[in-house]
Design a binder for this molecule. Structure first.
Ligand code: URA
Length: 444
């Protein structure tokens, strides 16, 4: 029998004692995640040791690259693409449907966007669940169809399969149940191992902060953003991180099919779109275009992205992507034919007059989970039709009885629960605080 290069417990002890692991030692741990030679309890102890003692930048780069190489790493060189391969990743929020518009906008400007997205978990929604509300959309296509769609259409948004970073998938599921998720080093490696496996030339990260974000404090968002920008750049992928606000629902809808409707309206009539949603989408597009070299500066990236939206080319690409991945070829013109809807729709109304001062976004997200627009466990089924539309924004003036949001529900009991939760979560007062959209921009 071959001698083990290291003993798992000795590496766990080393990290437990606050020492630095070498690349070879980290590679051994990652190998143990994939070939099961590390037990769940050993990985749990390893995760706790890392949680308590952290990882320096070299360790983060090593963990990222080793986890990335634990599965397939895509390469686009053989396809002879006419532009850079660039992507965006968001740490997640409520009503965050930006990817759905952003990918086609960037594709319309000459970028190629192979976007591998997740499903919603906890209080945040997932891009994939939203797309799966479109009849026929195949979020798990064969590899060749995914690559061909990126080449022919310019973008494809699909789901994460076990082929990408399987080591992270095992470690993440253990972190999830051992109170070790909130480690900046492991968050960095977890996100980047999956993102970098899609063979990117450049990446833009939207690190959300606020009461609806995974990084609830600004300090944590800054740590995560700095760490991601540094590690990704060290791994050879130029990366920019925008720290953006998640203290209010993004856009006017929350759910799945209802968010696709908002996205279609946005692509068809950008001048009518929610202003925060429009601004953040164009900002992220401008950074993607600049960092990937399509434009020489961010301002011209913004102008180019705005044009692609205004002249309808982004809408056309979105429709082509949906059709290439099994959906209808006329979604933009006939969305109601292909998106499920509830028969019951009732307004949630303001209990007093005033200005919308704040919202508990996490609670709003959790109330969506309660009506099955989101899920608790990754295997839970969801109801694509339920959700909220016409959601008010911080700063809006309302009179008693005005609509705070329209509830798309299945029963009166769902409505009663939502009414109670939302009227508590949306705070009406006298003066709304200034609420910036982007707090900081970091690159290395
Ligand atoms: N999302 C991930 O994919 N990994 C983390 O560790 C945290 C958020």
């Amino acid at each position: 029998m071959a001698l083990l290069k290291y003993l798992p417990q000795e590496l766990i002890r080393k990290k437990r004692d606050g020492k630095t692991l070498t690349n070879s030692e980290i590679a051994f741990v990652v190998q143990g995640m994939t070939d099961m030679s590390f037990s769940d309890s050993q990985l749990a102890a390893f995760a706790m040791a890392v949680y308590l003692n952290g990882l320096n930048m070299d360790e983060r780069v090593s963990l990222t690259l080793n986890m990335m190489n634990s599965g397939d790493v895509l390469s686009w060189h053989d396809l002879d693409l006419k532009g850079p391969v660039v992507d965006k990743h968001s740490t997640g929020g409520v009503g965050d449907k930006v990817s759905l518009m952003l990918a086609p906008i960037v594709a319309a400007c000459g970028g190629y966007v192979p976007m591998i997205s997740g499903r919603g978990l906890g209080h945040t929604g997932g891009t994939l669940d939203k797309l799966e509300s479109i009849a026929g959309y195949n979020a798990m296509p064969e590899y060749d169809l995914f690559r061909n769609t990126v080449k022919e259409v310019g973008c494809a948004i699909i789901g994460q399969t076990e082929r990408f970073a399987p080591a992270d998938q095992r470690l993440y599921s253990i972190r999830d149940v051992t109170a070790t998720v909130e480690s900046v080093g492991m968050i960095t490696s977890s996100i980047l191992s999956k993102k970098l496996a899609s063979g990117l030339d450049a990446l833009v990260m939207d690190v959300k902060t606020g009461n609806g974000a995974f990084c609830s404090s600004y300090e944590m968002a800054q740590d995560v953003a700095k760490s991601i920008a540094t590690v990704a750049s060290n791994a050879g992928v130029p990366t920019r991180c925008l720290i953006t606000d998640m203290n209010q629902v993004l856009g006017t809808t929350v759910g799945n099919a209802v968010e696709i409707h908002e996205c279609i309206e946005f692509l068809k009539n950008p001048s009518q779109a929610d202003t925060r949603l429009l601004k953040i989408t164009l900002d992220l597009a401008a950074h993607m275009l600049e960092i990937s070299g399509i434009t020489s500066d961010i301002e011209s990236g913004f102008v180019k992205a705005k044009e692609a939206l205004a002249n309808g080319s982004a809408a056309e690409i979105f429709e082509k992507m949906v059709s290439a991945l099994g959906g209808p070829n006329d979604l933009i013109t006939s969305p109601y034919k292909y998106l499920p809807a509830t028969t019951m729709k009732k307004p949630i109304v303001a209990k007093c007059s005033g200005v919308i001062c704040s919202m508990d976004v996490r609670e709003i997200g959790l109330s969506m989970v309660a009506i099955k627009a989101g899920r608790v466990k990754s295997t839970d089924p969801i109801d694509h039709a339920v959700g909220l539309t016409e959601f008010v924004q911080v700063g809006d003036s309302v009179s008693k009885g005005d609509t705070l949001a329209m509830a798309h529900i299945r029963s009166n009991s769902e409505y009663d629960m939502l009414h109670k939760k939302l009227t508590q979560s949306v705070v009406i007062g006298e003066v709304a605080p200034e609420s910036p959209l982007t707090y900081d921009i970091l690159s290395v």
